[in-house]
Ligand binder design. Structure first.
Ligand SMILES: *Cc1c(COP(=O)(O)O)cnc(C)c1O
Length: 398
């Protein structure tokens, strides 16, 4: 076997991809290049950088070595062409919409996408004449029916998706999209590239909120767009540079530090989650459990087809509905009451009394958010401690 052709595996990529080809002083960690602008060695080189003939740096809004290191690392993990790091996950999402949707066009999306994504499309992009249809994309017929030829430009899916971790078959949707000359965009935040790589399944663009698993320490907000090929990269990159939602080098350095341990964190948290799901299934105060790793998950086959693992998110129902949920929230000691996910610490939330308390019950139920639903993002603590904490809180429910 030719040595150069040996494949590099994902845990190695997480640690090495994006390291500088030419370290400045032999440094092992990528430095923070805290500079807004870059000098040109000559007028000709300056011209070459502006024309794109040289990939040297010009100005940090358009590119920076620390940010590029992060972009190369995530693009490598996703097996994409190039990454574009953004100030937040929402900046990544809005940049893709602004780059790919024109006035009079239409998009199809997963009904239960991250809330603000849907608000941006329905309340903001609609002001510019962009139409949308949000459907349950776990049912492929819904997607076929929602396509409006020739106006539909993108299908935008999130899988697994809130609140009950329903899955969409990426390969099947890519097939529908391409048959109709439509691009498939996947928000891969919930899975992370360690567990799911949509570009390998036929998606055209992948988006992440780096705030979640990839950074993993609940201390940075950030996002990234990964394009499958040069053509899409060239379409999106100028829009990002112009609208200005780019990442800053210090932020990039923190996320780069976080991603190095992504495989270790996911493996530990996933092990905790699968044991916790089984434990909850047998708990007298728990009425139902949704976890992609349980054999009774209705889409277990899709998990096997497109994911390398079952993830760290669990939704479950407790006795006594709204009241039962509140009791658990008020009695956990180790689980932190907070939205967000993917950090080393375990988080718990009760949408009906917290994030969605202002939404009328009927509307909540339509979105799948039942009164008794509790969502946990399982972290990397000791399993016994997590189990004992949930146990004592659940037993406070009468
Ligand atoms: C958090 C999140 C976002 C938004 O990311 P920010 O970094 O908060 O802007 C988008 N999609 C999903 C699935 C998320 O969980």
């Amino acid at each position: 076997m030719e040595e150069e052709n040996l494949p590099i595996h994902k845990s190695t990529k997480a640690i090495h991809a994006g390291n500088l080809k030419k370290p400045v002083f032999g440094e092992v960690s990528v430095p923070i290049f805290q500079t807004s602008t870059f000098s040109f060695p000559s007028a000709d080189e300056g011209a070459a950088r502006f024309s794109g003939d040289s990939d040297g740096f010009i100005y940090t809004r358009m590119g920076n070595p620390t940010t590029r290191a992060l972009e190369e690392c995530i693009a490598s993990l996703e097996n994409g062409y190039k990454g574009m790091a953004t100030a937040s996950g929402m900046a990544a999402i809005t940049t893709v919409f602004l780059a790919l949707l024109d006035q009079g066009t239409h998009m199809v999306g997963t009904a239960s996408v991250y809330g603000p994504t849907r608000v941006v499309v329905e309340n903001e992009l609609s002001r510019f004449g962009i139409a949308s249809t949000f459907v349950d994309t776990s049912n492929l017929d819904n997607i076929e029916k929602a396509i409006q030829k020739p106006d539909t430009r993108i299908i935008y899916i999130e899988t697994p998706a809130n609140p009950i971790l329903s899955l969409t078959d990426i390969e099947a949707v890519a097939h529908i999209a391409h048959k109709n000359d439509i691009l498939l965009v996947v928000d891969n935040t919930f899975a992370s590239p360690f567990l799911q790589r949509p570009l390998e399944q036929g998606a055209d663009i992948v988006i992440h909120s780096l705030t979640k698993f990839i950074n993993g320490h609940s201390d940075v907000v950030g996002g990234i767009i990964i394009a499958k090929d040069e053509k899409l990269y060239r379409k999106i990159k100028p829009v990002l540079n112009l609208f200005g939602g780019t990442m800053d080098p210090h932020q990039a350095w923190l996320v780069l530090r976080g991603v190095r341990t992504l495989p270790l964190r996911i493996e530990k948290a996933q092990d905790n989650a699968s044991r916790l799901a089984t434990y909850l299934l047998n708990h007298p105060k728990v009425t139902w459990v949704k976890y992609t790793g349980l054999p009774d998950h209705p889409q277990h086959q899709i998990v096997k087809k497109q994911m390398d693992g079952c993830g760290t998110m669990i939704s479950f129902g407790v006795r006594n509905g709204l009241e039962g949920g509140k009791i658990v929230m008020d009695n956990v000691r180790l689980f932190t009451l907070a939205v967000s996910l993917g950090g080393v610490e375990s988080l718990i939330e009760h949408p009906a009394s917290m994030t969605h308390a202002s939404v009328p019950r009927e509307e909540r139920e339509l979105a799948g958010i039942r009164d008794e639903l509790i969502r946990v993002s399982v972290g990397c603590e000791d399993f016994e401690d997590l189990k004992n904490d949930l146990d004592q809180a659940l037993f406070k429910i009468p």
